[in-house]
Design a protein around this ligand. Structure first.
Ligand code: LLP
Length: 413
């Protein structure tokens, strides 16, 4: 297990690059990739963290990439991923016109979540490689907002429409590569067994409809322990379940089948922290507030899902102080700009070391869906990102500079 980035190094990074700041640790990312090496392909769901330098690191480690927008395809290309083979796959439920041209131009295989996508692609790009993303009729997520299966989800081709999708593939002269399922973020083993069973069933139906397959994808959704004592994924067990499903499918097909996995969070969440500076403290009735210079425009997860992120205070003077129940909030002009809250916006004070203005607060496990979900709300420029690859200050490099307000205004000039 890589050691967490030391407090002195975090202090020096805040001094050098300013606050707030995203900091990633390359060693953690490499370690998480290694934990999944049993899979034939690890495909990074870059929506979790799409910085080009993180994508380069992934590619150097043999990880392929999933893109969900034209922007993410161009990012993958900029990071050195090769077009025209399966290094990049485009996954979506619709193809806007610009993205349709881009996938055709770069011959990016399309993982289709709707039959209309197949029709539109087939009309202009015969022989294009496609995957089918199937909604098996059930899903599971850490929040309703991250459940991507079942009849309330817009994602994937409904399982009973598989036959129609296969008929369109045949009629349009598309080339079927594989079947894909992703039922949500934060999948548990019970649902996983159900997904594996559903996958074998779909392979059987595909074969019966006269189609062959080269690959299946397990999707992503592997959770990480955000809270102390939270479940840690046993990757060998995870692989074992999928490998058994793959073998059943191979027996049906009579040949080998490639097994992919498509995690986002698992590969990067624990590599990242959000560094933020305490700028004010105050009391309101029974609540003690610590106000920091990062807001939900940087880290949206607590406001969006009531997500828990562990926090550590790094006192400016290195002292140790007693802890107290603390509500941590940001600078935005909106009441929901609180990092210690539950789903539904209920503020939950957290036991934290007493903070003083000028201290640093480290918000942990923010490498996934942190920077990539940031916005310019309240006309706040996007903050900088730093990648650390070692233990000393010299091993840190700026991988995205801080945006300026002038750049924001220029768009409207
Ligand atoms: N594959 C597909 C098709 C997906 O839709 C997603 C996530 C993934 C893979 C990666 O899922 P992961 O392994 O990261 O759980 N913003 C939310 C997560 C939304 C995930 C959307 N799709 C959060 O902060 O928890």
């Amino acid at each position: 297990m890589p050691q967490p980035i030391s407090a002195p190094l975090l202090h020096s990074l805040a001094e050098r690059f300013g606050s707030p700041l995203w900091v990633y640790d390359a060693a953690v990312i490499r370690q998480r990739i290694a934990a999944l090496k049993a899979f034939d392909t690890v495909r990074f769901a870059q929506k979790a963290c799409s910085n080009i330098h993180i994508l380069r690191l992934m590619r150097e480690q043999g990880v392929k990439v999933d893109s969900v927008s034209r922007g993410e395809i161009l990012r993958a290309l900029a990071a050195g991923y090769q077009a025209g083979d399966d290094e990049i796959v485009f996954t979506a439920d619709l193809l806007d016109r610009e993205t349709l041209s881009t996938v055709i131009e770069h011959r990016v295989p399309v993982n289709a979540g709707s039959i209309d996508m197949l029709r539109q692609l087939g009309t202009s790009s015969k022989g294009h490689k496609v995957w089918l993303r199937i909604n098996p009729g059930f899903g599971h997520g850490h929040s309703n907002k991250t459940n991507t299966g079942g009849e309330h989800s817009k994602h994937g081709i409904w399982h009973t429409a598989l036959g129609e999708a296969l008929a369109v593939i045949k009629a349009q002269g598309l080339q079927l590569v594989g079947l894909h399922m992703h039922i949500g973020s934060g999948v548990d083993y019970g649902h996983l067994s159900q997904v594996c069973g559903a996958m074998v069933d779909l392979v059987r139906q595909t074969l019966a409809a006269g189609h062959d397959l080269q690959a299946i994808s397990a999707g992503g959704g592997l959770s990480i322990p955000y809270q102390e004592g939270g479940a840690v994924i046993d990757t060998a067990h995870y692989f074992g379940l999928w490998d058994a499903a793959r073998k059943e499918a191979e027996a049906l097909l009579g040949h080998k089948l490639h097994l992919e996995i498509e995690p986002g969070r698992f590969l990067v969440a624990e590599s990242g922290v959000l560094l933020t500076e305490v700028r004010a403290t105050k009391n309101a009735g029974n609540n003690h507030f610590v106000l920091v210079d990062a807001g939900f425009n940087e880290l949206m997860r607590p406001a969006m899902y009531g997500a828990f992120h562990a926090m550590t205070l790094l006192p400016r003077d290195g002292s140790r102080r007693a802890s107290r129940p603390t509500v941590v909030a940001g600078p935005l002009c909106e009441s929901g700009d609180v990092f210690t809250q539950e789903d539904g916006g209920v503020v939950v004070p957290r036991e934290l070391m007493a903070a003083e203005v000028g201290d640093l607060l480290v918000i942990h496990d923010t490498g996934a869906y942190g920077a990539s979900m940031s916005s310019n709300y309240n006309s706040r420029p996007l903050i900088a990102e730093v990648l650390v690859d070692g233990t000393d200050a010299g091993s840190a490099r700026l991988i995205r500079r801080r945006q300026t307000v002038e750049e924001l205004l220029a768009l409207e000039a």
